[in-house]
Ligand binder design. Structure first.
Ligand code: GTP
Ligand code: MG
Ligand code: NA
Length: 344
């Protein structure tokens, strides 16, 4: 039986921005995970990771906030910034409740920043701007995991001048795109004016602030959008098709809402047409990171949203990444679902 707390699903946050602004690095820092196997440090697919409540509490402690996590831990979707992947950025954002738009303080707005901004506005998604790589300001003094105002106090006049100059230029660039933005602690009109959080994904300056804003945005989104719990799957997207030792070809999916059951029948979009198959197993990575080696996974009979899951089933070789997975319910017309799947 579900408790009241279980009846809300986790919110999903999308990392967006131009290539190499530090989306993946920021995620690595705040979740404590390290994304493995990124060729040349370029993200080429959507990825999903959880931020634990413990992580949030630990990392916001120095802000002495009384952040009580009345919301489920957020699930993050990382997207590539490389210009070629517009489709993945758009699909990634389509799964999310809100987003973090990452801008490199040394580069300002770049082509994919503007593309992301337009996507965010088209989808009417709320977002926070992370002004990343503040440590690249000439002469920056490292203050590990410090709230940004604390870190600023440690900087010389020259660093602060350069920071202000770059910040103002970026606020103007956003204004040219028709967007009002302001440092989050000066922002009095949340909603009208978008908040900027200066960050460093290497030594963690500004990360407590970013997490605190995330929690606030989560709470606000939960109240406004009433992300309530449903058991029927309305949105589930394939992130990756991969071969796993002992299991053959499997798929990683993001379950945005609803429940998946072991033994359930699913339909996915394949290169040569719709694929109808049965879920043999539902796996998630072992919660303790050190146990990820040797393919340690947790098996589930049922999984509820939001979650990133590895599905074991037959005939998954030709599944197309980025497409939707459909669950066949007891009253569903399988032929109709097969048609629906191929429209994606
Ligand atoms: P794509 O996924 O390819 O779009 O890039 P990304 O936005 O995920 O950037 P990524 O996290 O791969 O970081 C790009 C480079 O910038 C890496 O070499 C990082 O180590 C570096 N980097 C990221 N954040 C920071 C930061 O805050 N400070 C400094 N100095 N370097 C950073
Ligand atoms: Mg990346
Ligand atoms: Na990169």
């Amino acid at each position: 039986k579900l408790s009241e707390e279980d009846k809300v699903r986790s919110p999903i946050c999308c990392m967006m921005g131009h290539i190499d602004t530090g989306k993946t690095k920021l995620l690595d820092y705040i979740t404590g995970n390290v994304q493995e196997g990124e060729a040349g440090g370029t993200t080429q697919k959507m990825g999903a990771t959880y931020l634990s409540a413990r992580n949030i509490l630990e990392k916001t402690m120095e802000l002495k906030s009384d952040t009580k996590l009345k919301v489920p831990r957020p699930l993050f979707i990382d997207t590539p910034g490389y210009e070629f992947y517009t489709n993945l950025r758009s699909r990634g954002l389509g799964l999310c409740d809100f987003a973090i738009l990452v801008v490199d303080i040394m580069h300002g707005l770049e082509p994919q920043t503007i593309e992301c901004l337009n996507l965010l506005r088209m989808k009417n998604t709320e977002f926070i701007i992370a002004l990343n790589k503040v440590d690249r300001l000439y002469g920056w003094r490292i203050c590990e995991n410090a709230p940004i105002l604390e870190a600023m106090k440690q900087q010389t006049k020259d660093v602060i001048n350069e920071f202000n100059m770059r910040l103002n230029e970026i606020i103007n660039q956003f204004k040219e795109q028709g967007l009002n933005s302001e440092l989050y602690y000066k922002n009095k009109e949340m909603g009208e004016t978008f908040s900027i959080v200066p960050t460093c994904a290497i030594s963690g300056e500004g990360i407590p602030d970013l997490l605190l804003l995330l929690v606030q945005l989560t709470q606000k989104t939960m109240v406004e959008k009433l992300i309530t719990y449903v058991d029927k799957v309305q949105q589930c997207t394939v992130l990756e098709v991969k071969v796993m030792e002992g299991y053959g070809t499997t798929i990683d999916v993001v379950l945005v809402n609803g429940e998946l059951h072991e033994g359930g029948q699913i339909v996915v979009c394949g290169l040569q047409g719709p694929i109808v198959t049965t879920i043999r197993a539902l796996l998630t990575p072992h919660p303790i990171k050190e146990l990820h080696v040797n393919g340690n996974h947790v098996h589930h009979e049922v999984i509820k949203a939001a979650e990133c899951i590895n599905i074991i089933a037959k005939d998954l070789e030709h599944v197309i990444v980025g497409t939707a997975l459909h669950v066949v319910g007891p009253d569903d017309d399988i032929e109709a679902i097969k048609e629906l799947v191929m429209e994606d």
